[in-house]
Design a protein around this ligand. Structure first.
Ligand code: G3P
Ligand code: MG
Length: 245
């Protein structure tokens, strides 16, 4: 069972900031999940929403600001005042950090609402520069986006993001065509039949975002492959307990 820190250790630090990534490293999860967009001048930047409003003191769409302009916004105070120095990180900032560890990385391409020009190629190129291709899974709710990634670099691992897998028509045929290593469903829609079907096909299941102890326990019992959680510390403790350590 792999534990991924969702948007970094977002339970205790502002999501998708360097503070959240550093706090995640401190508790040694198996990996970190993050979300990427493009700035107006084409830099790959980290944020969950397409807009700045919820997590920063900026307003409007990320794609309408250059990277330099994005750096003027405070990405931490909305979480807590002591994080006021946090800025929107670049993907490179995170890659530099991950490189110093042995952690896995799950990069979610946020291309389901905005078609960011060449984001797939930019992310792949950066992973090559930082020599992190082998440790990374690229996921997206936009299946064309992960298909593009796979075409650019066949050896990279991709995963299909979805809410309820049962609503995806011809799920397993599509997953086979895409050559995904994993599906990343909402944990609420998991059941034994789905887990069996995935296992039979050699496809992994990493579920988001079980945060409550009982949600995490259910994922462990179902014997999926990974949890993407805001509380990797609690996940680690519960997992050790359920393994009888
Ligand atoms: O990648 C798992 C999860 O992050 C997907 O949903 O909206 O939290 O990015 P969201
Ligand atoms: Mg995400």
């Amino acid at each position: 069972m792999k534990i991924f820190a969702h948007r970094g250790f977002s339970g205790i630090a502002p999501e998708n900031t360097m503070a959240a990534f550093e706090k995640a490293l401190a508790i040694k999860p198996d990996g970190i999940e993050t979300d990427v967009h493009l700035s107006k001048d084409g830099k790959v930047v980290i944020c969950h929403d397409e807009t700045l409003d919820r997590t920063t003191n900026g307003k409007g769409l990320i794609k309408d600001y250059t990277f330099e302009q994005l750096q003027t916004f405070d990405a931490g105070s909305k979480f807590a005042p002591e994080f006021s120095r946090e800025r929107i990180p670049t993907l490179e900032d995170l890659l530099r950090l991950i490189r110093q560890t042995d952690l896995a990385l799950n990069i979610e391409l946020k291309t389901d609402k905005i078609a960011y020009l060449q984001i797939e190629a930019k992310v792949v190129a950066l992973l090559k520069v930082y020599d992190l291709v082998e440790r990374t899974i690229i996921s997206s709710f936009n299946f064309s986006s992960i298909a593009k990634v796979k075409k650019l670099l066949p050896e990279i691992s991709i995963a299909a993001l979805m809410k309820d897998p049962h609503t995806i028509s011809d799920l397993w045929t599509r997953m086979a065509e895409l050559k995904v290593v994993a599906i990343h469903p909402d944990h609420k829609y998991l059941d034994h039949d789905l887990v069996d079907a995935a296992q039979k096909r050699g496809i992994l299941i990493n579920a988001w975002t079980p945060n409550q102890p009982e949600e995490l326990q259910r994922c462990f019992k179902l014997q999926i492959n990974g949890v993407i959680t805001n509380f990797p510390d609690i996940a680690r403790q519960l997992l050790s307990k359920s393994n009888g350590d």
